[in-house]
Design a protein around this ligand. Sequence first.
Ligand SMILES: O=P(O)(O)OC[C@@H](O)[C@@H](O)c1c[nH]c2ccccc12
Length: 326
Amino acid sequence: MSVPVVPSVLDSIIAAARKRVEVARERRSLADLERAIAVGRGTGSAIQAEPSGRVRRTGPTVPSPAEGRAGSPTESRRSPGEGGRPANAGRAGAARTFMASLMQPGIRVIAECKRRSPSKGVLRPHYDAVAIAGQYATAGAAAISILTEPGFFDGALDHLVAVHAAHPDVPLLRKDFTVDEYQIAEAVLAGASAVLLIVAALDQPALVRLLAFASQVGIDVLTEVHDENEAHRAMDAGATIVGVNNRNLKTLEVSIDTAYRVAPIIAPARVRVAESGLRTGADLASLYATGYGAFLIGERFMTEANPGEALASVIGDARAALEAQA
Ligand SMILES: O=P(O)(O)OC[C@@H](O)[C@@H](O)c1c[nH]c2ccccc12
């Protein structure tokens, strides 16, 4: 492999993610987050980190939607490292529902909330993650992916906290560039059931270590690959949910061929997820026939006036196409 002279978008995003972790760690240690997770697990209590970083037990319920929304999932933009971390107002213990939901029979869509992307710019100027997630849940999403990366995707962990508060039964994926245990612990406390691990962003020991940590804190992992070599690495590391991203994160080019090419490497016992560039029910039906059960879709819905309606129509079209094939 040649060493790129010009840093790719992925390199820049990862450098920013590492910096954010270092800033957050100064305010609150990983050990402190782990203690909060253990407390939440042991008692079923909600946990809230005060801005001071002190953990406050908030009783046996999840925070009210109003409380969750205080962090505003709307048009807020956080620049990397700005003003500390959002409050962790989630419920430790929501985990493990992601995998269960993806293992249901039939076509399953992980619908994504994403305000902006590096390749397309702003997709949805008036972005309200809670409202969109509500539509997705009603339309039959198996899970919801929420971008929490602030610098390139206009995401925030607060968006996930607010969606979890409003829709506590929906499995949520924290979509971010995970490079450290710290982000996994944050995800658990925010109410996520899964985190993303991008194989291209991690060396093999880090991938293995982060998978083990996620398992230890009881959160599922979507392990993302872009090519055959990365798929082998994911298999070797013991990944159970493997996503094949049709978008090359280094060049940002999309080719659905990637999903067809890489599928055979992922053992059938694992959950296969096709990601990116998916637009029609026919796309889903044909990948389903190749062994993909779940589909991660963002842009297709983000550019629609009513993302929930668009999701329902893609699911309906996919089912119709499957029946026509049978
Ligand atoms: O918006 P699309 O083309 O439907 O793609 C969704 C999802 O696959 C994409 O957002 C994504 C896949 N892997 C990522 C890693 C980081 C950020 C974003 C992503």
